[in-house]
Design a protein. Structure first.
Length: 516
């Protein structure tokens, strides 16, 4: 069995694990990160996309609110290229108690969240699709954040500091020497072989799966997975993050992100974090709640629905995951369970990933008996050095002054051939078309890959010298994966689009009968 040696082994390639790997490598530790799938395919790649101001938690969960408001400006600074500064507004609709606005402002002031009551007419002028019966509105510094860019920037930085990042490496078990964790047994899922990784310290950053990893060392970590669904609408129904001004509940936020807007979410306690089934009732509820913010929401074109599971740490079993704090914990299993060599970092938000990583690596320094300062709040991530926010028009601007000078591969997301081929070569050999999708947001617009994906398959075939069977199966796999999120919500114009895609792929290409 191949064996690797390291000081720190990080388990989990979501925002937390990527942040921990970066911080650990920046502080000079030999670091390896393992992730069972592609990077950011756990909760981080399935979240709502909101860089929280903290407003959502200002009344009910002040600790989480304070963490968000402290980290929000840091993430804006170090990861500017991943953030779009949309701003956010909390609105009292006719279904909400306007008096809650006073509690909201009080909560914001007490936790340090910049908040300002703004005239409703001004908000409606800026966001004309909003419910006209809104009675109060409060502006806060919400924004959106692209999870794949964020994780990719962190792992690129970690690599530059010497870390090894191993996607498609699933932890099968932790290696113990007496009551000390000394590494992990890992399955390399691409080569289908087992690898042993010996480490001085294992940091379990497996999010909602953290309980499963800790269990390998005989420790009990109670992570209650809270499933939430989200629906992407085909364009920007709003340009500001819109929150209902009421205690957190279902379907009360619309986040405009890149070319779409996303409504969410729900919070249902599930037994297993991989249990992501979506029911028609949940979809209906989202669409009904959407109507309360944007009248006519049900008639807009819904592209896709998906679910993710929150890593909610709770010392006791709970019936309702909404009652669990959104803050995070660092657990030292030596003091807690008598097992040396293992830390768990779980809970929290994508917004607070950097703080979570800092606290986990502080604990690692203490355990390894060294004092090394954290610099992740000061050093910008790759691509964000100029501290300029992502701007929605940037891909269109890159086409100017001569539009159509370059071949466009994905019309919905304005991805040119050069942009695509650079992303393919920069990120290393892609593991399927879904991997390319995450790198550049390919196929995420209204046609859901209908026009761009056969072009991309051809380009990948040529660039990566895939044989025709591998190219065919990559195409089929992508279509099947997309279908999972499209099928539960098909109606109206999107159903017409799906029929057209079906004619292209089944009728013209006969994709199901291609060799491979
Ligand atoms: C519906 C929903 C909406 C949300 N919206 C927001 C929001 O708008 N803003 C915000 O800030 N936060 C939001 N959150 C919270 C946020 O998404 C999470 O807190 C955060 O992404 C968790 O990151 P993580 O790295 O800890 O976990 P993950 O991203 O889940 O990473 C853990 C990784 O561990 C891997 N793993 C599991 N088992 C193994 C194994 N055996 N071997 C190797 N790897 C393994 C998984 O594949 C996974 O990739 C939302 C969460 C949900 C569910």
């Amino acid at each position: 069995m191949p064996t690797l040696e390291t000081e720190v082994l990080v388990v989990g390639g979501g925002s937390t694990g990527a942040g921990v790997a970066r911080d650990s490598a920046m502080r000079g530790f030999a670091t390896i990160l393992v992730e069972r799938g592609d990077l950011a395919t756990g909760t981080t790649g399935r979240f709502h996309g909101l860089l929280h101001s903290g407003g959502r938690y200002a009344v009910k969960d002040p600790v989480a609110a304070k963490e968000c408001v402290d980290e929000n400006p840091i993430v804006r600074r170090i990861a500017a290229d991943c953030v779009e500064d949309t701003g956010g507004v909390f609105v009292s609709t006719p279904w909400d108690d306007p008096a809650f606005g006073d509690q909201f402002v009080k909560g914001c002031r007490e936790t340090g969240i910049p908040v300002e009551e703004v005239p409703v007419a001004e908000v409606l002028r800026k966001e004309p699709r909003l419910e006209p019966g809104i009675t109060r509105a409060f502006a806060v510094p919400d924004a959106n954040v692209d999870p794949w860019k964020l994780v990719s920037a962190n792992t690129r930085s970690a690599r530059a500091y010497g870390a090894t990042i191993l996607p498609y490496h699933r932890v099968l078990g932790l290696e113990l020497d007496g009551d000390r964790v000394v590494g992990a047994r890992v399955e390399d899922e691409v080569k289908a072989e087992e690898v042993e990784i010996r480490a001085e310290l294992v940091i379990n950053a497996a999010g909602a799966w953290a309980g499963q990893i800790a269990h390998f060392a005989g420790c009990v970590v109670n992570v209650a997975p809270g499933k939430g669904i989200m629906i992407a609408m085909n364009h920007r129904l709003v340009n500001t993050v819109i929150n209902r001004c009421k205690p957190p509940s279902d379907g009360d936020i619309i986040v405009p992100i890149r070319t779409v807007s996303v409504i969410g979410t729900t919070d249902v306690h599930v037994a297993d974090p991989d249990e992501l089934e979506i029911t028609p009732a949940e979809i209906d509820e989202m669409l009904d709640e959407g109507e309360k913010l944007v009248p006519g929401f049900r008639q807009a074109r819904a592209l896709r629905v998906w679910a993710g599971t929150r890593p909610l740490y709770t010392p006791e079993d709970v019936a309702d995951t909404r009652d669990v704090s959104r803050t995070h914990v660092v657990l030292d299993h030596a003091t807690r369970d008598g097992v040396e060599g293992l830390l768990t970092i779980t809970g929290g938000k994508a917004t607070t990933f950097r703080l979570m990583a800092e606290q986990a690596v502080d604990a690692a320094c203490e355990k390894l008996g060294v004092e090394r300062e954290c610099r992740t709040a000061d050093e910008a991530l790759p691509g964000s050095e100029d501290e300029r926010y992502y701007w929605l028009g940037s891909r269109a601007r890159a086409q100017e002054p001569v539009p159509n000078a370059e071949e466009i591969i994905c019309e919905c997301e304005l991805i040119t051939r050069t942009h695509l081929t650079e992303a393919i070569s920069r990120g290393g050999r892609p593991n399927g078309l879904d991997d390319i999708r995450r790198r550049v947001r390919l196929g995420m617009g209204p046609c859901q890959g209908g026009f761009c994906i056969y072009r991309t398959t051809g380009i990948l075939h040529q660039l990566e010298e895939l044989d025709h069977e591998a190219a065919n199966s990559a195409l089929l796999e992508f279509l099947q994966e997309r279908w999972k999120g499209v099928q539960p919500i098909l109606h109206g114009d999107q159903l017409r689009q799906a029929r057209l895609d079906d004619w292209i792929f089944q009728g013209l290409l006969g994709v199901g009968h291609l060799p491979g």
